[in-house]
Design a binder for this molecule. Structure first.
Ligand code: ADP
Length: 358
């Protein structure tokens, strides 16, 4: 039995806009699920349907195998954290965290104990008497999270909770959220457009585009076994390089180079004879020089960016461009010609028409 089930969920807004198409997902108790995709792809809409803040137009949402479409947020047992912290400005940190329990008429002593415990988890013990305006952005977001986790609900929903923080605070809060999840074990659904957040936090990621689920999988699966060009390009930074071309005699010509398609596809290469394919490789999966069991590529260096732990090398071969990640000690000269190898295992081929992996 799954804890949460989304069966063919659709959202059609009153103005007729079809924002979510046939969303299917089962979630186990305690899982950390991340919805990721570009702005407008339907992540928040799906989250809000799970929260009970938005009607489900079509399909079924089950909690513990029981239909929950008609249940209100409280009955579903959800707590939600938004990107705007939505704290009460005139209340102290203590009162903000305690708010839900106070409303429920929970005993004062119990509230005090629970608030102290929650504050300890979140590193807010020394701030309980402060007003929100006397806190940093990260601390405010922690109060908002505290208010949600203190209620011990079954489902914890977060919509871009880190987007109002600066880059440094985001990284800190990200690891804190992972730690809170480990401590509370709460089933969590987290929405973000940031693939790094998705990769670092999730047990499983749901990649969405234009209202459609593209792929559901662990961070490892999405990185190493992307089902299509979109997922392959969305996960990873800098993104995967893509080069389009036609297969002729089992080979694909690009720039001044030849890709041996048959070496990768074997007999299946015949199916693609004369057709367009997309050749993909990740910037970090290359080795300099000519290596065995690899596609060897020759290209010119346009630009290099030394980033400390690695150097991004922008290369070109006639009209084709790509980015490579190399060890800073191997940074090539601008305008020089380099030779590098892509191991067969690290070559991805996609159908040029459907853009699905071959
Ligand atoms: P995301 O969270 O992925 O950025 P949303 O779920 O907020 O995307 O929105 C998905 C799509 O639905 C967008 O194109 C958005 O403009 C549209 N949308 C959101 N809310 C409404 C609404 N109340 N009425 C009509 N369209 C909406």
């Amino acid at each position: 039995m799954s804890y949460l089930t989304l069966k063919d969920i659709n959202k059609i807004y009153p103005n007729g806009y079809h924002a979510v198409h046939n969303f299917n997902l089962t979630i186990e108790k305690g899982e950390f699920i991340v919805f990721v995709g570009p702005s407008g792809c339907g992540k928040s809409t799906t989250l809000r349907m799970i929260a009970g803040l938005e009607d489900i137009s079509n399909g079924e949402f089950l909690i513990n195998d029981k239909r929950a479409n008609e249940m209100g947020p409280r009955e579903r047992g959800v707590a939600m954290v938004f990107q705007s912290y939505a704290l009460y400005p005139q209340m102290t940190v203590f009162d903000n965290i305690a708010f839900g329990l106070t409303l429920q008429g929970v005993d004062e002593e119990v509230i005090e104990e629970k608030v102290k415990k929650t504050a300890a988890i979140l590193g807010l013990t020394d701030y309980l008497d402060r007003l929100p305006r006397a806190l940093s952005g990260g601390q405010r977001q922690r109060v908002a999270i505290g208010r949600a986790i203190i209620r011990k609900v079954g489902i914890f929903l977060m919509d871009e909770p880190l987007s109002n923080l600066d880059a440094k605070q985001r990284v800190t809060m990200r690891s804190e959220i992972a730690q809170i999840h480990r401590q509370t074990g709460a089933t969590t659904i987290y929405v973000t457009h940031d693939q790094t957040e998705a990769m670092t936090l999730a047990d499983r990621i749901v990649v969405m585009k234009d209202g459609y689920v593209q792929q559901i999988g662990t961070p490892y699966e999405l990185y190493y076994q992307p089902v299509n060009v979109f997922v392959a390009g969305f996960i990873g930074e800098p993104p995967m390089n893509f080069i389009r071309g036609h297969v002729k005699g089992g080979k694909m010509q690009f720039g001044n180079n030849t890709l041996d398609v048959a070496a990768k596809l074997g007999n299946r290469a015949k199916q693609y004879e004369g057709k367009e394919i997309v050749f993909g490789f990740r910037p970090e999966s290359i080795e300099l020089g000519s290596q065995p069991k690899s596609h060897v590529v020759k290209a010119e260096v346009e630009l290099t960016e030394m980033l400390g732990d690695n150097t991004n090398v922008y290369i070109t071969s006639r009209n084709e461009k790509a980015i490579l990640k190399v060890d800073p000690h191997d940074t090539p000269e601008i305008d020089s010609t380099i030779v590098f190898s892509i191991p067969y295992d690290s070559v991805y081929l996609f159908d040029g028409e459907t853009e699905n992996v071959i």
